[in-house]
Design a protein around this ligand. Sequence first.
Ligand code: G
Ligand code: G
Ligand code: MN
Length: 507
Amino acid sequence: MPTETLAQRLRLAALLGVGLLIALLALNLMQAAAGLRKDSERSLRHAEAMIDGAIDDSQTLIESARPLVGRACKENALALRDLITASPYARALYVLEGNRLLCTTLHRPIQAQNLPDYLFGKQDLILASHSPITGQTAILYRKQLGQRTLLAELDGFHIFGALRAVKGEENLFFVLGNRALDGHGMTLNAAPLLQDESRLLSSPSDEYPYRLVALNGYPQILAFAWDYNRDTLLATPVLALLLGLLSFHLSGRGGSPRRELARALAAREFIPYLQPVMSGDGQLRGIEVLMRWRHPEQGMIAPGHFIPLAEECGHIVPMTRQLMAQTLDYLLRVADRLPPGFHVAINVCAQHFKDQDIVAECRAFLAALAGHDIRLVLELTEREMLDGDARTLGIFDALDEMGVLVAIDDFGTGHSSLAYLQMFHVDIIKIDRSFIMGIQEEGPSRLIVENILDLARRMEVALVAEGVETAAQVEMVRRYGIDFQQGFYFAKPLPPAEFSRHFLPQT
Ligand code: G
Ligand code: G
Ligand code: MN
């Protein structure tokens, strides 16, 4: 049974799978972006509180040291040192005049030029990458008091420790002027960090001239998603794969052959092929119309592959209607070239006899051909038995009145052949090709044919020999006086144009 092609099914499955994958990943990333934002805002608030606390301490220290600044170093060094000892954050105090270091709480005196260059900047807060004490990062809090400058050195650890404490050290930065400090305690140029405002969260301190910056770009969002939504991320491709497989599986079975039939019906893909029916002496007397499915991808499909399903789902009736309409078009085109009394046989299934439509269809068919000497034959197989109820009998009577002939197809292969003859008015019996095959030898086939012959004569029913393939069979048909014959000996079912070319007089 033709269904969607493998390529179509694969395409559909891939589309659904990839679609789901993209949709779920996008959803996940949107969630992660929102989550990261909230998380970063909280981290910024916490880090700012910790850092402000540490700088507050330096400010207090400076205020306490202020009265001592005017005195000589010998007098105030001890008092300054006491202040430093009491401070949990600060490491040293310096008193300067211009560039000259006047006094320090350090035991080993240092040269003013050992203090970092940018110490002499304009801000009250200075980020120094090399403390003269620790050799590491420090924050200097500066207060200008007349000629003299008071400096409190705050260990950088209290700053980058705070960054590290609230957040993965990779993403949070302390920015002062054009320098930044990361969670590892490394100072760096702030400009590249601040380049893309849309990829970061920035929070200026309320109290001091620094700000904290959290990176919020794609790498951070992905890392966040991985940390907090790992299960969903890992399940997503599996889900997508399952959906793809499911779709592939479902598209390969179930309702889809039916849909395919409905599609083909709408696309008018069912077309007639014609097989000639000859008289006993080999003259063209008619045709049998046999359906073919001209499938766009699978080529010409024989009826054995789709008629049973079409009968099962009821499409056979409109399919037959389309076939009759196309046959009619063809006949109207060639009517002048047909021999008189031309028989046109259409295969009709039992369910087509369930309503009066068949009568109307045949009437219209014949009316369209009025004036031409053409007979319509309906072939009924005995595979599915008709009910002998009053309605069906009425239909047979109406057809008979119109001059439509009824033939029993494949006679002898089913089990209702004789019941048909008993119940309905039958005009033609088509002897199944299995009996014609054995007609040359003495044996049961020949006996059956002789019996059918006898039956037909007595009932005044015409006979068609089906499946005539050899000259010997043609000879037997002639000898038995069988009225009509049909088979590969004369022709296979042909496209109408080809049939015209081979069997009709050329104009
Ligand atoms: O042409 P082919 O040998 O493939 O036909 C096989 C069988 O298909 C025929 O014997 C006939 O019973 C069935 N068939 C062919 N065309 C039609 C049709 O138009 N309607 C119905 N109901 N059966 C058909
Ligand atoms: O059941 P029905 O008579 O409708 O079947 C007709 C089918 O039989 C046609 O589809 C055709 O392909 C097939 N047919 C017609 N003539 C011959 C023949 O001589 N030999 C064989 N094997 N099949 C034939
Ligand atoms: Mn037939």
